[in-house]
Design a protein around this ligand. Sequence first.
Ligand SMILES: NC(=O)c1ccc[n+]([C@@H]2O[C@H](COP(=O)([O-])OP(=O)(O)OC[C@H]3O[C@@H](n4cnc5c(N)ncnc54)[C@H](OP(=O)(O)O)[C@@H]3O)[C@@H](O)[C@H]2O)c1
Length: 235
Amino acid sequence: MSNARSPGDAGSILIVGASRGLGCAMAAEFAGRGWSVVGTVRGAGTPLHALAAERAGAVEVETLDMTDHDGIRSLGERLAGRAFDIVFVNAGIANRKPSDTLAEVSTDEFVEVMTTNVLGAMRAVEALGPLARPGGVIGVMSSGQGSIANNANGTNDVYRASKATLNQAMASYGGRHPERPMVLMAPGWIRTELGGPGAPFGVEEAMPQIVDVLVAQQDTPGLRYLDRHGKSVPW
Ligand SMILES: NC(=O)c1ccc[n+]([C@@H]2O[C@H](COP(=O)([O-])OP(=O)(O)OC[C@H]3O[C@@H](n4cnc5c(N)ncnc54)[C@H](OP(=O)(O)O)[C@@H]3O)[C@@H](O)[C@H]2O)c1
């Protein structure tokens, strides 16, 4: 008798925004643990496509621009009938010049950041969250920068405002769905295109910890704002 496990035996996750960076690393980490992964991308030839080719049968690629409301609805329709252990909304952007105050950033750039990090993320949660099985986790990539309590230095105003608003919107969602396990993840400052080369942590070091925390939230109702060590972040 074989002990070999098939992809998906360990669990299943839908990751919105998995083309590269933390989302793709998350897909690789879950696939490596025997989970089946559906990850979304916007373009062709991304690192997630390469992962899906390497891990045929374990990683599926779907297409979604999170700012496209109809696109979110159609992804929900394409995946209807499937149940995931975790639905995780990872996609996010930062404004190009982090030192810009709200007085300095252009209206277009402010709207782009808020439309992606708040409106797009929450529409994805509303439309795709119900694909999580009962007891399955709905997760969203927040940031420690979303913490109002920890904002002592007054930097990154635009990005901070977007993640704090995302946290508030998730608190409302959590209030409407108290039976659901939910997590706002503050992963730490990690070297990606968004995090930049000066970030203190590499993806290889951080991602197993992030994944451990997400997996541990299953079947425990309520919304938690956690760092990658599983410690609560002050709101
Ligand atoms: N790195 C850090 O230090 C850090 C710290 C705290 C929180 N975070 C958060 O972690 C998440 C991932 O960041 P990262 O560091 O991995 O950044 P990244 O390398 O720049 O990757 C961003 C990801 O988001 C996707 N994305 C952006 N806008 C999208 C949209 N409108 N629709 C669909 N996908 C979209 C990108 O897809 P494309 O390839 O199509 O552009 C890419 O997959 C973000 O929410 C970020 O705010 C990062």
